[in-house]
Design a protein around this ligand. Structure first.
Ligand code: COA
Length: 373
C-alpha cells in the first residue's frame, strides 16, 4: 500500500436528462402494448403483463431518466424518438459527454488546455467513426488525441485504468467520459428487461499525481481488470447486420437489442466481482474493514448488497454502498461513477474507497482510491 500513486482523480461531472419515467408509467405502456399484441396474435401464446411491484422488488429500480419519454411510452413505437442530426451539428452522444465533461472541468477548475487526451468509454457508440472521443475533444477545444473504448458496464473502470496508462506514457491529464444512451439498445417489448436501463453521462478527469492536489482529489492507488467470456448478456447489433437479411429490431424477441439471462448473470457476476475486489484489496495490503465506501455498478440492489457483504464480511450501510439505481436505473458504465460523483462526502483525507463497474463480457474492474484533499 506504500507505493506512491501515479495518478489521481481531479474532478467528476454528470449530465442527467430532464425527463424521467416511473415504473408505473412504463408498466402501463408495456401492458397496453401487450393487450394490443395479444389481440392481434390470437394464435400465439399470450404475453403476460409486467408489474411495477415486481420491478422494484427484483431490482430496486423505481424510475429512470431518459432522453425521450414520449417515444418509449408510445405503444405504436416503444423506442425513443431521437431525430437524426446533420453532420454539422454536435451529435447527441457527444453533447451528453461534453455537458458532463464541462461539469467535471468546472469542478476541477481546469481549462481545455490543461487536458491532453480524451477517452470515450461506453457500452454503445453512436457510430463507427469518427470516434466519439475525437468529436468531444473538438467540441471542448482540447489539443492532443482521443479514442473510444467499450467494455460494456465495466467501461468506466477500464477507462480509468487506461487513463492512468496514458498518464504513464506522458499525458498530464486525461478526460474520460461515459455517455450512455441505454434506452436506445433496450427492448421495451421485452418483459424481462424493459425496466432495466436509463440514460446519463458521467465524466472524470484523471491527472498526474504531482504538485498540490485540488480541493476534491482522489489518488488512484491501484486498478485491476478482469474479463470472462459469457453469452448471458448479449446484443448482436453490429455492422455485419447489413450483410444478412434478418434485421428486425421491432420484433419482441430480437437479438439485435440488449438481451440477458438475469438470474445467471446475478449468480455468475456476484462472486466474480467480490473476488476481484477482495483480491485487489489484499494485494494492496488494505484491510477491507477499513474501507469507507464502495461505489458499485448500479444494476441491481441485492446484487450490490451481496457483493458488499462478501467484501466487508458484514452488511454494508447505504452510506457505505450508495444507491443511485432507484432513480437512475442501470446506466451501464456510468452507474458506479454517478455513485462516486454524488456520494463521496464524509470521507477524511487518507481514507479509502473502491469504484467497481461490472457487466457484459463478463467484465469487471476495481479502482482503489484514497482521498488526497
Ligand atoms: N413483471 C412481472 N413479472 C416478471 C417480470 C416483469 N417485468 N419479468 C419477469 N417476471 C417474472 C418471471 O416470469 C418469473 O416468473 P416465474 O417465477 O413464474 O417463472 C419471475 O418474475 C422471476 O423472473 P426472473 O427473470 O428470474 O427475475 P429475477 O428475480 O432474476 O430479476 C432481474 C430479474 C433482471 C432484475 C435480475 O435478474 C437482475 O437484475 N440480474 C442481474 C442483472 C445485471 O446485473 N445485469 C447487468 C447488465 S449490465
Amino acid at each position: 500500500m506504500s507505493k506512491s500513486p501515479l495518478a489521481r482523480i481531479a474532478g467528476t461531472g454528470l449530465f442527467t436528462p430532464s425527463q424521467s419515467i416511473s415504473n408505473e408509467e412504463l408498466v402501463e405502456a408495456y401492458n397496453a402494448w401487450v393487450d394490443k399484441w395479444n389481440a392481434a396474435n390470437p394464435d400465439e401464446e399470450p404475453k403476460q403483463h409486467s408489474s411495477a411491484e415486481f420491478i422494484e422488488k427484483a431490482s430496486g429500480i423505481k424510475a429512470r431518466f431518459v432522453l425521450n419519454k414520449d417515444g418509449i411510452l408510445d405503444t405504436d413505437r416503444m423506442r425513443p424518438s431521437l431525430p437524426q442530426r446533420t453532420n454539422d451539428e454536435l451529435s447527441i452522444m457527444a453533447e451528453m459527454g461534453v455537458t458532463a465533461a464541462r461539469d467535471a472541468m468546472k469542478a476541477a477548475d481546469l481549462q481545455p488546455a490543461d487536458i491532453d487526451a480524451v477517452i470515450c468509454a461506453a457500452s454503445n457508440m453512436q457510430r463507427a467513426y469518427p470516434a466519439m472521443a475525437v468529436e468531444i475533444q473538438n467540441a471542448l477545444g482540447i489539443d492532443g488525441y482521443g479514442f473510444d473504448m467499450n467494455v460494456a458496464c465495466a467501461s468506466a473502470a477500464f477507462g480509468i485504468q487506461n487513463a492512468v496508462g496514458l498518464i504513464a506514457t506522458g499525458a498530464r491529464r486525461v478526460l474520460m467520459v461515459n455517455p450512455e444512451i441505454c434506452s436506445a439498445h433496450l427492448n421495451f417489448r421485452d418483459r424481462d428487461a424493459h425496466f432495466i436501463f436509463g440514460d446519463v453521462s458521467t465524466a472524470v478527469i484523471v491527472e498526474r499525481a504531482e504538485g498540490e492536489p485540488g480541493p476534491d482529489s482522489w489518488e488512484i492507488i491501484d486498478t485491476r481488470l478482469k474479463t470472462v467470456f459469457s453469452n448471458n448478456i448479449r446484443n448482436n447489433f453490429g455492422f455485419l447486420n447489413h450483410t444478412s437479411d434478418e434485421l428486425d429490431i421491432s420484433a419482441p424477441d430480437t437479438d439485435k437489442l440488449f438481451k440477458q439471462e438475469g438470474r445467471k448473470v446475478f449468480k455468475d457476476v456476484v462472486p466474480m466481482v467480490a473476488e476481484l475486489i477482495s483480491g485487489h484489496l489484499a494485494d494492496n495490503e488494505i484491510d477491507p474493514t477499513t474501507l469507507k465506501r464502495m461505489w458499485l455498478h448500479q444494476a441491481n440492489l441485492s446484487m450490490n448488497q451481496f457483493i458488499a457483504r462478501k467484501v466487508l464480511g458484514r452488511d454494508a450501510s447505504e452510506e457505505e454502498a450508495p444507491v443511485v439505481l432507484d432513480t437512475y436505473a442501470n446506466t451501464s458504465s456510468s452507474g458506479s461513477m454517478i455513485a462516486f460523483h454524488r456520494h463521496r462526502e464524509g470521507i477524511d483525507i487518507g481514507e479509502i474507497g473502491v469504484i467497481s463497474g461490472f457487466g457484459a463480457g463478463y467484465s469487471a474492474g476495481s479502482v482503489i482510491v484514497r482521498r488526497a484533499a
